[in-house]
Design a protein around this ligand. Sequence first.
Ligand SMILES: *Cc1c(COP(=O)(O)O)cnc(C)c1O
Length: 401
Amino acid sequence: MKYPKPPGVIPLDNILPDEPLLMMGAGPVPIPHKVASANSVVINHLGETMSQVVEQVKVMSRYVFQTDSGHVLGVSGPASAAMEMAICNLVEPGTRVLSIRNGLFSGRLAEMATRVGGDVTILEVPDKQSVSPEAVEAALKEGGFTVLTVVQGETSNTVWNRDLAEICRLGKAYGCLNVVDTVCTLSTMPMEMDEWGVDAVITGGQKGLSSIPGVSLIAFSDDAWTRIEQRNAPMAHWCLDARLADKFWNQKSYHYTAPVSGVLALHEALRLICEETLPARFRRHAVCSAALQAGIEAMGLDLLIPAEARLNSVVGISVPDGVSADRIRHIMSEMYRVEISGAFGLNILRIGQMGEQSRTHNLSRTLHALGAGMRVAGGRVDPPAGMAAMERVLAANIERH
Ligand SMILES: *Cc1c(COP(=O)(O)O)cnc(C)c1O
């Protein structure tokens, strides 16, 4: 048989739940209706409409990144593709790179830099701590680094690099281009590209921005762009070549067919952020995350990371001995239709507070499901005490979200 018909394929409607599960894990996150409907439209990737959309995406991205940079580019691919674009354009064989590693994603930047031939030194950050500026300066003093990589939030273990502005200042002072991964944090907390001296900022769609996965954003500073224009080694990656991408994003010409629907979705996600304004959005995230954290602790559970290094956009919860994180997640999903994340290897749970996840109605449903799931799985918790503590924090911060 040359063309056998694949047997037993079921239509999507029969596979997907009637009502989507509430996505409260480490991403992807729920998307607003405007984003979803924009994502269902296809337009000409080189037409006038697209060019107007691209212009607006750049204008709004500059606001969200807090930059005047003329080198904002969209990337067709996951946030990891944007990470790779930063690395493969700025790192050549032999380039000395200092990679601050807090966990999986910051480690990925180091791995990418190694793969393109960079001479990479890893600054390992002790567990459950933000990287300290003193440690970074000591490493930079060794001399000769021209690229520094760091994450603002390490989603994998929920650590926050709270001194990012100071780290970037040091990076600059020691002659580095600063590559910063803001995938889980952008638009949930301050990040000021120009003010802080960030040279390449990376984000994905499916986390802080509350857009779809697979269409990402990157911005390069003028210093970074000069380095890109002066690089000696040929670019091995055609799709990720920043100078070629610039043709589409800044010169109204063709590189590859842009993911038009995804760019339209991103446009709407960015527009909603601009409408809300960054200060209001930061406040919403801070209040919602604080309320969730208070609820989790009052229920009798421990948060994974001490307050001073704790990420707000993804909250890590220690699972009591003898209780299985996977079982809790299964119960939450089956009985309460709420999805949260486990972790890569650790017996912990992670709840996201990114974009649409930071809404009071989503918080109540999630905390309730966590408490109930924990109890069914054999953990000793007090769900009503948790709900009450969460409500107190929300009530003290008048505006409802
Ligand atoms: C999710 C995440 C990534 C990777 O994003 P993908 O879209 O899965 O490639 C990178 N860095 C951080 C900090 C993240 O949270």
